[in-house]
Design a protein around this ligand. Sequence first.
Ligand SMILES: [Zn+2]
Length: 425
Amino acid sequence: MAAETVFTMDTSSIKYGPGVTREVGYDMKELGTKRVMVVTDRNLSDSEPVTIALEALLAEGIDAVLFDQARVEPTDLSFKQAIQFATEGQFDGYVAVGGGSSMDTAKVANLYATYPAEFLAYVNAPIGEGRPVPGKLRPMVAIPTTAGTGSETTGVAIFDLIEMHAKTGIAHRALRPVVGIVDPNNTRTLPKMAVACTGFDVICHALEALTAMPYNARLAPASPDVRPAYQGANPISDVWAGRAIEMAAQNIVRAVEDPSDDEARGQMILAASFAGIGFGNAGVHLVNGMSYPVSGMVRDDVPEGYSSDYPIIPHGMAVTLNGPAVFRFTAPVDPARHLYGAELLGADVSGVDPADAGEVLATTLANLMRETGIPNGLSAVGFGPDDVPQLVAGTLPQHRVTKLCPRPFDEADLERLFLDAMTCW
Ligand SMILES: [Zn+2]
């Protein structure tokens, strides 16, 4: 088979601005909807963004029904609950207000209510059947309240498959929201640690998109409809990912330290959307792939400021704890790109020997993590060398993302990477 010669850029429409949440009524009316499922999580049911969204929908005469049971870090069970609600509710449109968890829950509820199937039918192979979405879904608008996942721009929904203790997902262009409403007012009340974790999710998505296997190193698809959403690094994703790294690096410390810093917060939520456009078209690789078992194997950690009645390692934290180790490993394949990433993060790379590219990027990332209060590696969130075999076993099925790692790896490499990730500085 021939190498891929094509790349595409798909994204949701984006509306950005303080207060723009109130336009959701107008948008859903324009999209022709009359009865809408509004998806959020319990922590947000009485929050300002949800209240404003509901009022805006009602003001346009749209029947808006609140579903506030999206689980923070969703599971197959919590998805199934939302699917049931969506199926019984006969909705013709969806609005998600919340973090990636609420947005991903709305995507999946929309999918299975529109095209009913066994749950594993659309789930990524090899865990599920990886069946493509049969057609268009009902219109969905996403209103992020964290500056992290970029889920408002992507066709990806991530969850924890309970019996396997592993995160996996459903990925298809048809899942993408029609509009992402990006309103910096909606991140005002985030706890410090959530600002830090979601900020590093942005930075890692963008660094992974930048350093992923190039699109033309993949094989060409048999037909255009099976071209993956995650295509590998390409000239368009480079633009969005590069700018996202720079914006996030320049603003993350300010946004963490001072929640009243409107400018820094606005830049962070915009950077999340930019990174979403970058990785939504290029993909992520080993940093995200290794994060899934880390989150899945959490024991008793609840980070400061998170109100959760079950232990969680937030996605962004699980991701960035592996970041320095992975970039040290992948840099030899393309030192120039890794040095460019370090420069965008704020490092002075003049005169740096290309052989040191991985170390420079890893150190720059680790320094930012330390400055914002992220724990020092996997050992600081309860993992030790004895956990490595299980962490490796949980990474191997993450084929959808890890196959875009620019450097081939085997189980022994993964073992070394997890050991290296035990401490970051
Ligand atoms: Zn992520």
